[in-house]
Design a protein around this ligand. Structure first.
Ligand SMILES: C[S@@+](CC[C@H](N)C(=O)[O-])C[C@H]1O[C@@H](n2cnc3c(N)ncnc32)[C@H](O)[C@@H]1O
Length: 241
């Protein structure tokens, strides 16, 4: 009998935010698959659950380097899916760990795209980085008829980003660390810098909430940070009025 693939969200970092189901599956699965960006690199998700793993379990590191070339990226994803499929074919259950939730901007989604049709699958949702960040900042995300957008902050199209900031009440920008200074310029231009907040490493003991965004200019920002911009739609309405 083929094994079952679990896509397991381990939450944002604090092991107390792991669900009971995730903990049980991680304890029971013979194979723990983890995405790494460097061939010999560490996995953040594995670090979160390290105390649950025993020497009898095998850890399968799957290499997902951050390369620009789309054909190369695809080849790595296919190789990862093939490695998982061969464990499943051999009858082993595999728990694929992801930080946060497995279906929100996660490597697991790429694996899913390349798995053979009919692969037996169970997804274990996780506390997202967005939920952890808003909790840490005690910041209501959206309410009533407000609108929420979530997007990676690639700076390929600034005009499009400007439009999105003006169309939503709350915009959550992921993966923004490398373009922060340019983003801050845009927020200042739109008078949204004071209603924005950066949450770095939400739920981690070294995590922090930063409301004075100017203080971050030119400084290194941890990759595990997100930026929440609020009031853009209202502001755009005032400008139009
Ligand atoms: C590939 S996405 C992973 C999202 C994840 N699957 C989730 O459910 O939150 C990585 C981005 O999520 C955000 N992120 C992940 N963990 C975070 C944390 N603990 N604190 C703040 N942002 C985090 C950062 O913007 C980071 O660049």
């Amino acid at each position: 009998v083929a094994g079952l693939l679990y896509g397991v969200g381990v939450g944002p970092g604090d092991p107390e935010l792991l669900t009971l189901r995730a903990a049980r599956i991680i304890r029971e699965a013979p194979v723990i698959a983890v995405p790494v960006t460097q061939a010999d690199g560490d996995s953040y998700a594995l670090g979160v659950v390290a105390p649950l793993i025993t020497p009898e379990q095998r850890v399968l590191s799957l290499h997902f380097p951050m390369v620009k070339d789309t054909a190369a990226r695809r080849a790595y994803r296919q190789a990862a899916a093939a490695a998982i499929a061969s464990e499943l074919d051999a009858g082993y259950d595999v728990a694929f760990l992801t930080e946060g939730d497995p279906l929100l901007h996660s490597t697991f989604i790429y694996v899913l795209e390349h798995l053979p049709a009919g692969t037996a699958l169970e997804i274990v949702p996780g506390v997202t980085s967005i939920a952890a960040a808003t909790a840490q900042a005690a910041l209501p995300l959206v309410s009533g008829n407000q609108r929420l957008a979530v997007l990676p902050a690639t700076f390929e199209n600034v005009d499009e980003l400007r439009g999105i900031l003006g169309a939503f009440d709350t915009v959550v920008l992921l993966k923004f660390a490398r373009v922060f200074d340019r983003l801050l310029d845009l927020l200042c231009e739109l008078h949204l810098d004071r209603t924005s907040v950066v949450v770095e490493r939400a739920s981690h003991p070294a995590g922090r909430v930063v409301r004075d965004l100017e203080g971050l200019r030119g400084r290194p920002i941890h990759y595990l940070s997100l930026l929440i911009v609020q009031g853009g739609r209202e502001r755009a309405g005032e400008v139009r009025a």
